[in-house]
Design a protein around this ligand. Structure first.
Ligand code: FE2
Ligand code: FE2
Length: 477
């Protein structure tokens, strides 16, 4: 088993570096495009400076074209995407993005056969004033007129109500995936007399769907974890921990088999609580020393229960045993200090702790906004939690997690629905009011959007949905 894990970790690492390399090349191409545009305003078309900058860009695009049919960039709400990968951009590229957006360009696709001369003609076309484009009608026609055959242009994508409708439909599916996972944990928890192997097969199938959905749209499922979807806490907690752990796995570019193993481990990590009396599990007040000793047995009980289930991943057993052990092995159950918590258990520990902290307000009415939960995780970096994993987790969840309501400097309120490359500037669903009778305006906006070099909207604070009595469920579930 150790062999298999080492191999798959290698695979995950490889895909991570390949992705970073691709993002790097895409960024280079866009920087070179910026240089060609600049040169085209300074030099005539046949000038060697302009031509050599176009040739540099051409060779980057050609290198990208080796593995693909076309090289496609998309500009969506202040963000740059190469295919589906988000490309980090700096200030110089922000201006270029605005330049394209003001000319109604939302997608640029380069095709094989492209020449440096076409790039030069494209640059000179793009340096025309925005007014020129508004009189031209179809943007694809403009480029065809210039006989630039190997570049395709697309209009800016408007996120309108229709698009919102399809997002809602997607959400309906993810909440079904969530409830399936709740059922799977429930079935396993009560599977004393029934066919455990069959329950495990079912759970594996559900986890595959869960992993596919997270790979497809991580933010939709992360949004559900903020809702505490199901009234029985143990089950919601297990499903949320699983979603958070798999999400961190996708953030770290783990391969699919590892994501599935993390998913099952997350669902099963607290299965040992089934052998702890319910009065203790649900006791709202402080536990006595004896009761606490009972609770502390659940990792051992969990590993024992899992050892008895045919077809369960060994990783789930390890994670159940180790999830309260802490990176410095000072947690429980106590083990030899020379032993180290497995990286998967470290991921489950972080997901588990964050979930429990953010759930406290819903189930026990303890004030614990997500940012406070994050501070607690950060304060335990290097002791209870692996510092690198905590950092990755914070980057994934964001400073304003999905489901947070932001007060904007425009007087609007926005519900965070997606993270962007800038943790302070997520994408939000605009709400027309935020006094409990709020309505979604149906418009999504990215806080990265700029106009005239300034951000259109900036978050100036957060609004507690429980205090403001806003039912975020209707937007996220
Ligand atoms: Fe636990
Ligand atoms: Fe837990």
């Amino acid at each position: 088993m150790a062999e298999v894990e080492r191999d798959s970790r290698g695979e995950a690492k490889q895909s991570f570096f390949a992705k970073q390399q691709l993002i790097g090349s895409a960024k280079t191409a866009f920087q070179q495009l910026s240089a060609v545009l600049k040169n085209s305003t300074l030099y005539p078309e046949a000038h060697p400076f302009l031509l050599s900058s176009a040739e540099k860009l051409l060779s980057t695009i050609e290198a990208l074209l080796v593995d693909r049919k076309e090289v496609a960039f998309y500009l969506v709400a202040g963000e740059l995407f190469f295919e589906t990968l988000s490309v980090p951009i700096d200030q110089s590229l922000v201006l270029l993005m605005e330049h394209f957006a003001s000319r109604d360009v939302g997608g640029i696709i380069f095709k094989p056969g492209l020449t440096a001369h076409e790039l030069v003609r494209f640059a000179s076309l793009m340096s025309k004033e925005p007014a020129f484009f508004s009189t031209q009608g179809d943007i694809a026609g403009v480029i065809a007129k210039e006989q630039i055959d190997h570049i395709e242009l697309h209009r800016v994508l408007i996120v309108d109500k229709k698009v919102m409708g399809t997002i809602k439909e997607e959400k309906k599916q993810v909440s079904a995936v969530f409830m399936d996972a709740v059922d799977a944990v429930k079935e396993m928890a009560h599977a004393v007399h029934i066919d455990k192997a069959a329950s495990m097969r079912k759970m594996n199938t559900i986890v595959q769907t869960l992993v596919d959905n997270i790979l497809d749209n991580r933010d939709a499922l992360l949004g559900l974890t903020s809702l505490k979807m199901y009234d029985e806490y143990t089950f919601t907690h297990s499903v949320n921990t699983s979603i958070l752990a798999v999400s961190l796995g996708t953030f770290l570019s783990f391969a699919k088999p590892q994501l599935a193993a993390l998913g099952v481990a997350g669902l099963m990590h607290d299965i040992g609580k089934m052998n702890v009396p319910l009065e203790i599990i649900n006791k709202p007040g402080k536990l006595t020393d004896e009761e606490w000793e009972e609770v502390k047995r659940h990792p051992i009980e969990g590993a024992l229960i899992l050892a008895d289930i045919p077809g369960v991943s060994k990783m789930a057993m390890v994670a159940a045993f180790e999830h309260h052990q802490h990176g410095d092995v000072r947690g429980y159950p106590r083990v030899d200090e020379s032993l180290q918590q497995h990286p998967f258990s470290q991921i489950i520990s972080i997901a588990d702790a964050y979930e429990a902290l953010t759930a406290a307000r819903v189930y026990y009415k303890i004030q614990m906004p997500a940012e406070k939960a994050m501070q607690i995780l950060l304060s335990k970096r290097g002791t209870a939690f692996n510092p690198i994993l905590v950092k990755a987790f914070v980057n994934m969840i964001g400073i304003f997690p999905i489901g947070t309501i932001l007060k904007l400097d425009t007087g609007e309120a926005g519900l965070v629905v997606h993270q962007t490359r800038d943790l302070m500037r997520p994408r939000v669903l605009l709400l027309s009011k935020f006094d409990g009778s709020e309505k979604e305006s149906g418009t999504e906006a990215s806080l990265l959007e700029t106009a005239g070099g300034h951000y259109k909207r900036t978050a100036v604070g957060t609004i507690d949905p429980y205090v403001a009595n806003i039912d975020i469920k209707k937007y996220l579930a």
